[in-house]
Ligand binder design. Structure first.
Ligand code: P6P
Length: 342
């Protein structure tokens, strides 16, 4: 792998090519997907940045599969990604949080050997108050026979991902992705419209500084989860007290913890037996990133990326971030001591 320092001016396109050259057998299809994701991210960033000005705030009437009223930017972002990806000939199917079922490649377009799953604009309920939102994506290799993608190609465990990443539309727009060779961050320079390498080989601190959890659900948690949160707050087991930082936007909370060290927790609760977050296009891609950065992701019972999906929009409890804090969750919630917890 070519080693770059943050002072190198390296565009994401050049970095993708350099990574591809590490694999002589590579056909360039995966690189093409990453190029197209970066293009879609720039287009969405443009919409998000101007949201307050173009009077596209507020929700439109259409409902997404979750029965939630979707902000107009959700609809736009979803369409931007589909239109950027559906004709490149690298994908055989897609899936989106905003679409109830598999998204086929339109007739007349070539099908490729990958599938793309994505949340086009996570945290969109925060748009109207200018809180950072994000796009999350996951790439899997087609496993079914035939040309067109099938549901079985989408319902693969997270350890089968060949690429994953997210875009955070915050004080700056950053794209973080992995293809299994580390996690790398690129910051958009709007003056030239290029994502430039700013965070090569991201490593999450083994021990966290931050705790991201919505403790308004505390009364709905089981006793083990309550004990875990007391530990994170420095009230039990001599665990250092973590500072609570909760934006209510998964990508923003995850990104801060990835760079600064911390744990994001969305436990199962009495009303949501599987929590709120989606396995395939939220938990799995972020789990791939965090493991590549030296962290961990756990669902309260097992490693997130080992879960065999059964439904496209299935939810999962999520404990993700610094290894020490996630190991503690594993120890307290499954009774299995992992590493140095406590
Ligand atoms: P709660 C946003 O709606 C989202 O899907 C994630 O981005 C965020 O982490 C979570 O929900 C917040 O959920 O129940 O704390 O409001």
């Amino acid at each position: 792998m070519v080693q770059h320092t943050p002072t190198s001016v390296v565009t994401i396109d050049r970095y993708i090519i350099e990574q591809e050259r590490l694999y002589p057998e590579a056909t360039g299809e995966l690189s093409g997907i990453l190029y197209d994701v970066a293009l879609a991210a720039k287009m969405i960033a443009n919409k998000v940045r101007s949201a307050g000005l173009a009077d596209i705030l507020g929700s439109n009437e259409s409902q997404n599969v979750q029965g939630e009223v979707q902000a107009k930017l959700d609809v736009l972002s979803n369409e931007i990604i589909i239109k950027a990806m559906d004709h490149g000939g690298r994908l055989c199917a897609m899936a989106s949080e905003e679409e109830p079922d598999i998204i086929p490649i339109p007739d007349g377009f070539k099908c490729g050997k990958y599938v793309l799953l994505f949340d086009p604009l996570d945290g969109s309920s925060n748009i109207d108050v200018n809180v950072p939102v994000g796009t999350i994506f996951s790439v899997l290799r087609k496993t079914s026979s035939g040309t067109r993608g099938e549901m079985s190609d989408l319902l693969q465990p997270g350890h089968q991902q060949v690429a994953a990443g997210y875009v955070i539309y915050g004080s700056s727009t950053m794209l973080v992705y992995t293809t299994g060779q580390g996690a790398h961050g690129f910051t958009l320079d709007p003056s030239i419209g290029e994502f430039l390498l700013s965070h090569p080989n991201i490593r999450i601190p083994d021990s966290g500084r931050y705790l991201s959890v919505n403790d308004s659900y505390e009364q709905l948690w089981d006793e083990n989860v309550k004990t875990l949160m007391r530990c994170y707050r420095g009230l039990e087991r001599d665990h250092k007290a973590l500072s609570v930082r909760y934006v209510g936007s998964l990508v923003a909370d995850f990104h801060r913890n990835l760079l600064g060290g911390g744990v994001f927790a969305y436990p199962a609760n009495a009303k949501r037996k599987l929590g709120k977050l989606r396995l395939l296009y939220e938990a799995n891609p972020l789990a791939f990133i965090v493991e590549q950065a030296g962290g961990a992701a756990y669902d309260g019972t097992r490693r997130v990326m080992d879960v065999q999906p059964t439904e496209l929009h299935q939810r999962t409890p999520l404990y993700i971030g610094s290894k020490r804090e996630v190991d503690l969750a594993t120890e307290l919630l499954s009774g299995v001591a992992v590493g140095v917890g406590g």
